[in-house]
Design a protein around this ligand. Structure first.
Ligand code: GDD
Ligand code: MG
Length: 379
């Protein structure tokens, strides 16, 4: 009996040590690199595998034991609350705090700190709002507790780290420097990057200056290191993708559909395709590679759609071939038109017999007539 109680206590302690019940999600960025997708919709609200991308992050946080989430919003802030409400549909308590002028990643954290219930020494999870990952969230919290760090960071290795924050660590995993978006070859000291998920002790967020823009990457992390704070890295090799570019967004959505990227929020079974209720797909159309077709979208006879996202009410006409592309809300791809790695903004209309080069972006509402061939190098 005594042993049973001891075992139960150990189990509970282990669970508590790997659990943080509060999270802040940074969702205020302008999503500039995703234009024209982000003209009408903030990046976290663009559907990936049939639901706004943020749904996947919220569902994964909930599955890891998070109960209370504060969304730090700015750009197109008004669209989040009507969709997610109080969060109860996801089993969460959700709050929204809007910056009238963007405060940067650190300023955004400081701006929401009064909404947290955590005590000064309690862990708070923080997530960039555009990361698709299989991160073991409880393992990050457990690392944070075990090492007694002030801040713990999820790290991942990428072949080209230049677009990210570089985070070298010592043999114990302790962070030794933080180099955001290195400019010179000498600064590329590691292939280990900030993967955009952290555990902060609440007191560290309280100490960020209030009322002005602060970059957590350029100011807070280097400042903490200079002051001798303990920043701990946890590197892993799980699925990881920043959905900040059209190419990455389409890839991430397809990986969710295929089941390569883990999320409890994919509305259907994993497979080559996800066709949502209310979509019309011709019997002889071929959908493959994790293609998702949203409600009200129409895929015509003989069309082939591979690794692509077709948003609500869009049309892909007969015989069109669409690969690794994103077709915006209500947009139209004409018959026999060929697209590879293209973004069609909401309401754009491409006539029949076009062929657009990889990386082409067609602006929302633009109209391109029949048969023209266009090239764009803007990737
Ligand atoms: N509330 C608010 N206010 N959120 C913001 C603001 C702001 O002023 N600026 C950016 N964000 C949010 C974005 O919406 C996004 O979810 C997150 O903060 C990170 O911003 P990005 O614009 O996506 O940054 P990044 O991808 O160039 O770099 C960041 O992520 C990399 C990993 O993908 C940095 O954290 C890098 O160090 C990191 O390697
Ligand atoms: Mg990003």
């Amino acid at each position: 009996m005594a042993t049973d109680i001891a075992d139960a206590t150990d189990a509970r302690t282990a669970a508590d040590n790997s659990r943080a019940t509060e999270a802040i999600l940074l969702v205020g960025g302008k999503g500039t690199r995703l234009r024209p997708l982000t003209v009408n919709t903030p990046k976290p609200m663009i559907p990936a595998a049939g639901v706004p991308f943020l749904t996947h992050q919220l569902a994964r946080a909930r599955a890891a034991g998070v109960e209370h989430v504060v969304l730090a919003t700015s750009y197109l802030a008004e669209v989040f609350e009507p969709y997610f409400g109080d969060g109860s549909a996801l089993g969460l308590s959700l709050e929204y705090v809007t910056e009238s002028d963007p405060l940067g990643t650190g300023g955004a954290l400081r701006n929401v700190v009064h909404r947290l219930h955590a005590g000064p020494g309690d862990p708070v999870l923080i997530f960039n709002g555009d990361i698709l990952t299989g991160l073991d969230i409880p393992a990050l919290v457990a690392t944070h507790r075990r090492t007694g760090a002030d801040v713990s960071l999820h790290l991942t290795k990428v072949p080209d780290p230049r677009a990210f924050g570089l985070v070298p660590t010592d043999p114990d995993g302790r962070v030794t420097a933080f180099l955001e978006k290195p400019q010179t070859p000498e600064e590329i000291v590691t292939d280990q990057i900030n993967a955009g998920a952290y555990v902060f002790n609440r007191s560290v967020i309280d100490a960020i200056p209030a009322g002005r823009p602060v970059s957590v990457e350029r100011e807070t992390f280097p400042g903490l290191l200079a002051a001798g704070a303990h920043l701990q890295g946890m590197v892993d090799s799980t699925y990881w993708l920043d959905l900040g570019t059209p190419h990455a967004f389409v890839r991430g959505s397809a990986d969710l559909v295929l089941g390569r990227a883990p999320s409890p929020a994919v509305p259907g079974r994993h497979g080559e395709r996800l066709v949502l209720t209310g979509a019309q797909v011709a019997d002889d159309a071929k959908l493959s590679g994790g293609t998702c077709v949203a409600a009200g979208a129409v895929i015509g006879s003989g069309a082939r759609v591979d690794g692509s996202t077709v948003l609500a009410g869009a049309r892909v006409e007969a015989g069109a071939v669409v690969k690794n592309s994103l077709i915006g809300v209500g947009a139209e791809v004409g018959a026999r038109t060929v697209l590879d790695g293209v973004v069609l903004g909401d309401g754009a209309v491409l006539g029949p017999d076009n062929e657009l080069a990889p990386g082409a972006r067609v602006w929302c509402g633009a109209r391109i007539g029949a048969g023209a061939i266009r090239f764009s190098s803007d990737q």
